[in-house]
Structure formats: C-alpha cells, structure tokens
Design a binder for this molecule. Structure first.
Ligand code: IPE
Ligand code: IPE
Ligand code: MG
Length: 235
C-alpha cells in the first residue's frame, strides 16, 4: 500500500464568512468572528498532523474596497486574535509570520503583528503564514523591486532563488484549498502555486473544521502528482 502523504505546505483561501453569517440571519461580522475561531483550531490541527507550513488568506489588498465598517471590524479582530487567541499557537510551538504590504495597515495592527512575530520567532514545530493586506501580483512586483534595488546579478536568478525575494522564503504550495464554492484564486500566492493540487469545497470557512481539513488531505492522497513527469500510479 502506498504511504499516506501529508503535504508540507497547505494554503487556504478562507472564504465564505459573510455568507455563513447572512444564511443564519446574522451580521457579516459574526461570520468573521466564527471564521477566526475556525482558523485557530485548524492551525493547531494542521501542525499536529505534520503539515510544516500553513498559509492562510486573511485579507487581500482588494478587501480594502469593502465598506469601512467591515474593514474596521476585521482590523480590530486581527488585533484581538494576534494578542490573545494566538497564545495557544505560541504554546504549541508554532511560529507566526505575515505576508503582505505594510502600507495602509493601521499602526495598532502593525504593532500586534510585530508582537506575535517576535514572541514566536524561535518556535520550530511549524509555521503559520498569515497573508494580510496581501496580493500575489503585488508580491511579485515587490520581489522584483527588491531584486533591482539590491543590484542582483541577473545571471544568478532562477525560479528557486525567486522564493528568497518573496515576503517569506517558504516552500512551494502542495495543496491549495478554497472554501465556499468559488473556483478562482483571487490574486493569492500565484508564484508558489505553480504545481499545487487544488481542492475546492462548498463548505463555508467557519464550518471548515478538523474533519473537513482531513477530507482535503484524503483527496490530496488520491491525486496523481506528476510535476511534468510520468505517472507514479500507472501500472
Ligand atoms: C472571507 O469571507 C473573509 C475575508 C475576505 C476577509 P468573505 O467575507 O469573503 O465571505 P463571503 O465571500 O462574502 O461569503
Ligand atoms: C479572497 O476572498 C480573500 C480572502 C479570503 C481573504 P474574496 O471574497 O475577497 O475574493 P473574491 O472577491 O470572491 O474574488
Ligand atoms: Mg468572499
């Protein structure tokens, strides 16, 4: 029997918080709050399962187009999460890092982000990469700017060294999950998902709990990953 594989880098587009709330006659903010509780559980579960890096899309650069009240609610929720809820992640030995642009983020949000990064920087059990004020095309643009401003010799750049110039030097994504039924990537980690397996589920993010995550890992195990080569599953 083939060995059960745990993907090294799993990435989640945490979508559907708003619909989860409105379907229950609640305010969208209630959906974000429920989603934040799911994220905390999932991060612990994923790392306990042996996932090395869990990336999550928490807020895109384009999410600033939403109503100010929703943006404010989300920013305040992030502060609360990083300064209180993430204490469990800290205890579990999980290192928290962020990907995204600092511009346009409030000082109190940046302060809470820096604090959790510093408090968890020596943790080694796994990494939670929170993509906040993040855009995949923006990340590539920012990497190019860094390369140019550092005067890097073009001959030394290849597709692997590019990772070094992205917001965090993380491995490529093995499994990309998007909840809520939308089948698009919405400007998420486009460089890192070149060979990712995609898992789309109708489940709304607040309901995407441990058993749903396990289903995604099961689906990943059923995939025929070729990376451009021949099938390993062919008889
Ligand atoms: C995802 O849920 C969370 C963020 C984008 C911050 P949405 O808020 O996009 O929920 P829907 O898609 O409106 O249901
Ligand atoms: C992507 O979801 C961003 C996050 C999950 C944070 P959106 O809900 O913003 O994406 P679109 O608008 O459906 O493409
Ligand atoms: Mg959405």
């Amino acid at each position: 029997m083939e060995e059960y594989k745990i993907p090294k880098h799993v990435s989640i587009i945490m979508d559907g918080n708003g619909r989860w709330a409105t379907r229950r006659g609640l305010k969208r903010s209630e959906g974000h709050l429920a989603g934040s509780k799911t994220l905390e559980k999932l991060a612990i579960h994923a790392i306990d399962k042996g996932v090395e890096v869990l990336s999550v899309y928490a807020f895109s650069t384009d999410n600033f187009k939403r109503e100010q009240a929703e943006v404010d609610y989300l920013m305040n929720l992030f502060i609360k999460m990083f300064s209180t809820k993430f204490a469990t992640l800290k205890k579990k030995g999980i290192k928290v890092v962020f990907s995204g642009r600092k511009e346009n983020l409030r000082d109190d949000v940046l302060k809470a982000m820096n604090k959790i990064v510093n408090e968890t920087k020596d943790n080694t059990r796994g990494i939670l990469n929170v993509c906040l004020n993040y855009g995949g095309q923006e990340e590539i643009v920012d990497a190019v700017k860094k390369i140019v401003s550092e005067g890097v010799d073009p001959d030394t750049i290849d597709k692997n060294t590019m990772y070094h110039y992205l917001y965090n030097d993380l491995p490529p994504i093995d499994l990309l999950i998007r909840t809520s039924g939308e089948c698009r990537v919405s400007n998420y980690m486009i460089y890192q998902m070149a060979y990712s397996e995609f898992y789309f589920t109708d489940c709304l993010f607040p309901d995407f709990l441990e058993d749903e995550f396990d289903k995604a890992i099961d689906a990943y195990n059923g995939r025929d990953i070729r990376l451009g080569g021949n099938s390993e599953k062919e008889e």
